[in-house]
Design a binder for this molecule. Structure first.
Ligand SMILES: Cc1cc2nc3c(=O)[nH]c(=O)nc-3n(C[C@H](O)[C@H](O)[C@H](O)COP(=O)(O)OP(=O)(O)OC[C@H]3O[C@@H](n4cnc5c(N)ncnc54)[C@H](O)[C@@H]3O)c2cc1C
Length: 166
C-alpha cells in the first residue's frame, strides 16, 4: 500500500450506483486494488444494464431477471464499502464531507444520520426528468430505474394496459 493510501486517507467516495458509478469503480480497480472506495446510493446498488429495460417487457423478463449482481455481492467483489439506501443530502466541499440521510424514510425524522469525509468525490447521480405540472402524478411513470420498472410491470399485470409513451 502506498503512502497516499495510509489509514488517514478517506479515499474516493462515489455517489450513485448506476452504470456511471459502477463503471468508475471498475476503472479505478483496474488500476488500483487497494485504494479505499465508498459507494453511496439511494437504491440497492444492484448491477444491471439499464437499456435492457426497453426490451424487458416484450421479452417477458422480470426486474430480478435483469440483475447481474446484487449490490452487496458486487461491492464485496470490488472491495467497496457500500452505503445503500442512503441519500446524500448535502456536500460541504470546504471540509470535504457529505451529509447522509436514510433514503427509505420520508417522515420528518429523516434528518442527517451521518457525515463522511472524502479525498476525491465522484458524482454519478444520473438525471431527473422534469414533471409537467398539468399531468396527474399518480398516472405518470418515469421508467428510469429497475425498481420503478418492476412496479410498472406489476401495475400492467393487474390494471389498465392502455398506455401513452412519451
Ligand atoms: C429504458 C431506457 C433505455 C435506455 N436505452 C439506452 C440505449 O439504448 N443506449 C444508451 O446509450 N443509453 C440508453 N439509456 C440511457 C442510459 O441507460 C442512462 O443514460 C444511464 O444508465 C445513466 O446512468 P447513470 O449512472 O448516469 O445514472 P442512473 O442510472 O440514473 O444512476 C444514478 C444513481 O445515482 C443515485 N443517486 C441519485 N441521487 C442521489 C443522492 N442524492 N444520493 C445518493 N445517491 C443518489 C441513484 O440511486 C442511482 O443509483 C436508456 C435509459 C432508459 C431508462
Amino acid at each position: 500500500m502506498s503512502a497516499e493510501h495510509s489509514s488517514t486517507s478517506k479515499g474516493i467516495v462515489i455517489v450513485g450506483a448506476g452504470l456511471a458509478g459502477w463503471h468508475v469503480i471498475d476503472a479505478i480497480r483496474a488500476k488500483d486494488k487497494d485504494i479505499a472506495i465508498t459507494l453511496v446510493t439511494t437504491d440497492s446498488a444492484d448491477r444491471y444494464h439499464k437499456p435492457m429495460l426497453t426490451m424487458a417487457i416484450s421479452q417477458n423478463k422480470r426486474a430480478s431477471d435483469l440483475v447481474r449482481a446484487t449490490g452487496s455481492d458486487a461491492a464485496k467483489n470490488a472491495n467497496v464499502n457500500l452505503l445503500a439506501n442512503t441519500q446524500v443530502s448535502d456536500i460541504d466541499s470546504a471540509s470535504q464531507q457529505l451529509h447522509l440521510i436514510s433514503a427509505t424514510r420520508s417522515d420528518p425524522a429523516n434528518v442527517d444520520y451521518a457525515t463522511i469525509g472524502y479525498d476525491k468525490l465522484v458524482l454519478a447521480m444520473g438525471a431527473h426528468p422534469i414533471f409537467p405540472q398539468s399531468l396527474p402524478e399518480d398516472l405518470v411513470w418515469h421508467v428510469n430505474h429497475i425498481e420503478r420498472f418492476g412496479q410498472l410491470q406489476e401495475k400492467l399485470a393487474t390494471g389498465s394496459q392502455h398506455v401513452a409513451i412519451v
